[in-house]
Design a protein around this ligand. Structure first.
Ligand SMILES: Cc1cc2nc3c(=O)[nH]c(=O)nc-3n(C[C@H](O)[C@H](O)[C@H](O)COP(=O)(O)OP(=O)(O)OC[C@H]3O[C@@H](n4cnc5c(N)ncnc54)[C@H](O)[C@@H]3O)c2cc1C
Length: 173
């Protein structure tokens, strides 16, 4: 019933949605908005629950892309945005939500996709350093960001390596 939206978008989880099925997505960031569009394209009906106002959807997305994304969401016949709402409970076939000025109420749904953000994780760093392997933590592993941030981190790491060792023989694994 409950699946990470990120896993769905990345292809790590495969779900078969059927036409008319109702899916609730919790989180109005870029992942939640893209998941809403992805799921609605299968023929399912989507309720996108956002804790923020509707004009704050996908607020970290690149500006031009964001305008088009929000425009598509707002005009999509199978996507409803519930702004300033929280998911408060989930049970078989239902998701309970509450709004700022509404008591909790239930929505019939076959699935709840969570899009509440992801944390950086550099747990591998300490064991690698203990094993004597020099490491640079870059990209989302250092701090969740954009592709450009990851590329810049990688560039800076390579500069630091070259500055230290002169030349490098990178081994990608
Ligand atoms: C829904 C969504 C939409 C986005 N859209 C945009 C966008 O339009 N523009 C933009 O600039 N950014 C976007 N981003 C952000 C962007 O995807 C990331 O910032 C970027 O991919 C980070 O690059 P990275 O190399 O650090 O991590 P990743 O691209 O996540 O690459 C990490 C790689 O490491 C692999 N890996 C993980 N653990 C292990 C392990 N233990 N052993 C071996 N391999 C492992 C993973 O499989 C993956 O291939 C988006 C993010 C999301 C979630």
């Amino acid at each position: 019933m409950v699946v990470e939206a990120y896993d769905l978008l990345m292809g790590d989880t495969t779900l078969d949605f059927v036409k008319g099925e109702h899916v609730v997505i919790y989180g109005g960031g870029e992942t939640g908005c893209e998941a809403a569009e992805f799921v609605a394209a299968t023929g399912a009906t989507v309720t996108l629950v956002s804790r923020s106002r509707a004009d704050q959807l996908a607020r970290s997305a690149e500006a031009v892309y964001r305008i088009n994304l929000i425009g598509r969401l707002n005009h999509h016949a199978r996507i409803t945005v519930l702004e300033r709402h929280h998911v408060t409970a989930v049970g078989e076939g239902m998701v309970e939500v509450s709004g700022e000025s509404r008591a909790p109420y239930s929505i019939a749904a076959s699935r709840l996709l969570l899009a509440q953000g992801r944390d950086s994780d550099d747990d591998l760093l300490a064991p690698l350093l203990r094993a004597g392997i020099a490491c640079h933590v870059i990209g989302d592993s250092r701090k969740g960001g954009r592709i450009g941030d990851a590329v810049r981190d990688g560039y800076e790491a390579m500069r630091a390596i070259v500055a230290r060792y002169g030349t490098v023989q990178p081994a990608l694994c």
